[in-house]
Design a protein around this ligand. Structure first.
Ligand code: MLT
Length: 241
């Protein structure tokens, strides 16, 4: 199996210009966008719609109706007027059950948007690692190419996303630099995440519970797949194994 890894936001932005009609894209934003989407869908949210801009989220709520929940962050901070920020534990609460969430974040939802035309798209975190690796193996068995997209932080590479890509490579039996990064990382995983640039920034802002949540492996075994929903929106929905 050949696995391509995109390490930086500049590489994922360029996906809009690529033919991905036979590619399965796994978008990884461990801290915290894809962990939050995993939490919501595992808890029973109907859908999580990733959008790039705050204005897009606000107008989508007008179209979808007042029951829609707005969530996400800019510069790791809650967006004014939104229902909640980007803390995964907030997405795992009963208030999300049956609800459609519109999610906009600095990097994670930007990467999901950039590859939404791919043959298939998954949102991957450590929380749904094994179910996601099974989906990727199935996509490869069906002849799809595999792209692991590390969403990064602002315009930079994120070590925590590379670690998750490496863990996927290990599960898929693929030899790659990311796998080496994963296999030589600090243990427990929480320690490794706390030492990343993004992890320490979140700790400094008082979000240690989020970093701890994101370090849990297979805590929410729900695959998150992008599909075209009502009003032609691309929404992440749960696809249970
Ligand atoms: C992002 O999408 O850039 C993030 O998930 C940022 C964060 O919430 O820490």
């Amino acid at each position: 199996m050949t696995v391509e890894i995109l390490w930086t936001p500049a590489e994922s932005d360029a996906l809009v210009h690529r033919d991905l009609s036979s590619t399965c894209c796994a978008v990884i934003d461990v801290l915290r966008a894809t962990s939050a989407a995993t939490a919501a869908l595992h808890a029973g949210a109907a859908a999580v719609i990733p959008v790039k801009e705050v204005e897009e989220a606000l107008s989508l709520k007008n179209v979808l109706g007042p029951d829609t929940l707005l969530c996400g962050e800019r510069n790791r901070v809650l967006i004014p007027g939104f229902d909640f920020g980007n803390s995964p534990p907030d997405f795992a609460l009963p208030r999300v059950v049956g609800k459609t969430l519109v999610h906009t974040t600095t990097n994670g939802t930007r990467a999901l948007q950039a590859c939404r035309h791919a043959a298939s798209v998954l949102a991957v975190s450590f929380a749904n690692l094994t179910v996601s690796s099974r989906r990727l193996a199935a996509a490869a068995a069906n002849g799809q190419k595999i792209a692991l997209i590390c969403a990064g932080t602002f315009e930079n590479f994120s070590l925590e996303d590379a670690l998750c890509a490496g863990a996927l490579c290990q599960m898929l039996g693929v030899s790659h630099a990311a796998r080496h990064i994963w296999e030589s990382a600090d243990r427990p995983l929480l320690k490794a995440l706390e030492r990343t640039a993004n992890g320490s920034a979140l700790l400094a802002m008082g979000h240690s519970a989020d970093v701890a949540w994101c370090s849990g492996v297979d805590t929410c075994p729900t695959a998150c797949c992008l599909s075209v929903g009502s009003h032609n929106t691309h929404a992440l929905v749960a696809a249970r194994d």
